[in-house]
Design a protein around this ligand. Structure first.
Ligand SMILES: C[S@@+](CC[C@H](N)C(=O)[O-])C[C@H]1O[C@@H](n2cnc3c(N)ncnc32)[C@H](O)[C@@H]1O
Length: 395
C-alpha cells in the first residue's frame, strides 16, 4: 500500500514541495538501479543525506520554532552550560592539550554555548573540533560561531573524519537517532525486511527475506529478550552503531564520550507493547509515523536501544561510566549552580528560564525520555553528572 500523507500534516509550501519532488526523483533512480527496491536504511540515508538534496544536506530550516523539531541546546543555553561544566571536569584531569570533538553540531548553538561557558570557567579546550556530514550545516555552524564567539573561532576546526590520538571529551546530541536504521517484521519462523519500492501512488513498503546480517541481529535480540517476537511484530535495528562507536574508540585515547538522545534499554525497546517500532517523522512540529511521504523535507528519526550502544562501546574498549535520564544528569551536573542568579533576574527572564528548565527536565518533556550515556577511556574519575542516579545496571 502506498503511504499517503497523514491528513493532519501541514501542506508544504510550493518551494518545499518542489524540493521534495527532486528528492523523490533521486530516490526513484536509486530504487531503479538497485533492481526495484532499496532497504529502509538506504531510503533513510538518501532522504536525510543525499548530496545537496537530503533533509540534512540541503537548506531546510530543521531546528527551532521555524523548523520541524527542537533539540535541548535550542531550548536553552542552560543545557550547554551544564555540559561545559562536565567537559571542564574531565579536561582538568587530563594532562594539557585536551580537546573537544562534537559530532553533528546542528545549528552550532551547543558549540557556542559550551565555548562561552568554558571561557568563563577558565577551562577552554586547546581545540574544538566538529565532525558534521552536512555541508549546509557546517556553513550555518560557522556563521553561528563567528557571530556568538568571534574571539574563539580560531579554536574551531571542521573535520572530515574522526581525529587520531585525541584526549578530551566527545559530544553527540541527537546524532545516534539520525543514523539510518533497518526495519524488520517477524513472520512466523522467518524474519522479513521492510524495503522501499516505487508504487503507483508514491513510495511503498515491500517485504523481502531479511539480509543475513539483519536476520542474525534480530535472532540475537530475541535470544537476549528470551522469546521470539510475535507474528507481525515490526521494529528497527541500527546496524550502523557498532562501526560508529568503533570509529569513536579509535579516535579517543583518553577521556569521555557524552551521548545524549531519546532512548530506552533493549528490554523496553523490544517489548510487546512496541509492536510498531520507534521510528518517528517530524514536519513543522507535527510528529507522525509515515516515513515515505515528504522525502527530504521531513526529519526521520528513531529512538535508541541504549543496550546496543553499551554493548558496542564495551566491545570497542570503552567503560560505561554513566547512564541517566537527562533531568538527573542536568541536576547532578550543575543545573543548581547555573540557577543561582535566578532571583536577581527580571520577572520576564525568570518566567522564560523556568519554562526552558521545565522543558529540559520534566518527565513529560525532555527530562525522562532523553538519556545521557557516558563512555570512558582511561583512569580518570567519571563525570559528576551521574552521581545522583546511574541506571547503567538497567541496560
Ligand atoms: C538531529 S540533528 C542534531 C543536531 C544538534 N546536535 C542539536 O542537538 O541540535 C543530527 C545532526 O547529526 C548530523 N549527523 C548525522 N549523521 C552524522 C554522522 N555520521 N557524523 C556526523 N554528523 C552526523 C546531522 O547532519 C545533524 O547535524
Amino acid at each position: 500500500m502506498p503511504h499517503d500523507q497523514p491528513p493532519t500534516l501541514p501542506v508544504p509550501d510550493a518551494m518545499s514541495a518542489a524540493h521534495s519532488e527532486r528528492v523523490a526523483a533521486f530516490i526513484r533512480k536509486q530504487i531503479e538501479t538497485s533492481g526495484g527496491r532499496v532497504s529502509f536504511a538506504e531510503f533513510m540515508q538518501h532522504a536525510l543525506y543525499a548530496p545537496e538534496l537530503g533533509y540534512y544536506t540541503a537548506g531546510a530550516t530543521k531546528f527551532g520554532e521555524a523548523g520541524d523539531f527542537i533539540t535541548a541546546p535550542e531550548v536553552s543555553s542552560v543545557f550547554g552550560k551544564v555540559v561545559a561544566r562536565q567537559c571542564a571536569e574531565v579536561m582538568r584531569q587530563l594532562d594539557g592539550g585536551a580537546e573537544i570533538l562534537e559530532y553533528g553540531a546542528g545549528s552550532g548553538t551547543l558549540a557556542a554555548d559550551v565555548l562561552e561557558a568554558l571561557e568563563s570557567l577558565d577551562a577552554l579546550p586547546s581545540a574544538y573540533n566538529i565532525l558534521e556530514i552536512s555541508p549546509d550545516l557546517r556553513e550555518r555552524q560557522e556563521a553561528c560561531l563567528r557571530q556568538r564567539v568571534p574571539d574563539l573561532i580560531e579554536r574551531v576546526t571542521w573535520l572530515d573524519s574522526p581525529p587520531t590520538a585525541m584526549h578530551g571529551v566527545v559530544l553527540a546530541n541527537e546524532v545516534l537517532d539520525a543514523l539510518p536504521v533497518e526495519r524488520f517484521v517477524r513472520r512466523g519462523t522467518g524474519v522479513m525486511q521492510q524495503c522501499v519500492a516505487q508504487g503507483k501512488g508514491g513510495f511503498e513498503f515491500v517485504e523481502t527475506v531479511a539480509s543475513a546480517r539483519l536476520a542474525s541481529a534480530v535472532t540475537a535480540i530475541e535470544d537476549e529478550v528470551g522469546a521470539q517476537f510475535p507474528d507481525g511484530f515490526v521494529s528497527e535495528v541500527c546496524l550502523a552503531v557498532p562501526d560508529w562507536i568503533a570509529d569513536l574508540s579509535a579516535a579517543l585515547i583518553e577521556g569521555v564520550v557524552l551521548l545524549f538522545d531519546y532512548g530506552v534499554s533493549r528490554r523496553e525497546y523490544y517489548s510487546a507493547e512496541r509492536s510498531d517500532g520507534w521510528l518517528r517523522c517530524h514536519f513543522r512540529h507535527h510528529a507522525h509515523n509515515n516515513p515515505l511521504v515528504l522525502p527530504g523535507i521531513q526529519d526521520l528519526t528513531t529512538w535508541i536501544d541504549f543496550t546496543a550502544v553499551a554493548e558496542a562501546a564495551v566491545a570497542a574498549g570503552f567503560d560505561i561510566v554513566g547512564y541517566a535520564a537527562q533531568a538527573q544528569f542536568l541536576l547532578a551536573g550543575g543545573l543548581d549552580v547555573e540557577m543561582q542568579g535566578f532571583a536577581e533576574l527580571s520577572l520576564e527572564k525568570q518566567l522564560e528560564l523556568s519554562r526552558q528548565v521545565k522543558t529540559l527536565t520534566l518527565p513529560g518533556e525532555m527530562g525522562e525520555h532523553f538519556k545521557c550515556m557516558a563512555l570512558q577511556k582511561g583512569t580518570i574519575a567519571p563525570p559528576s553528572g551521574f552521581s545522583l542516579a546511574d541506571r547503567t545496571h538497567t541496560l
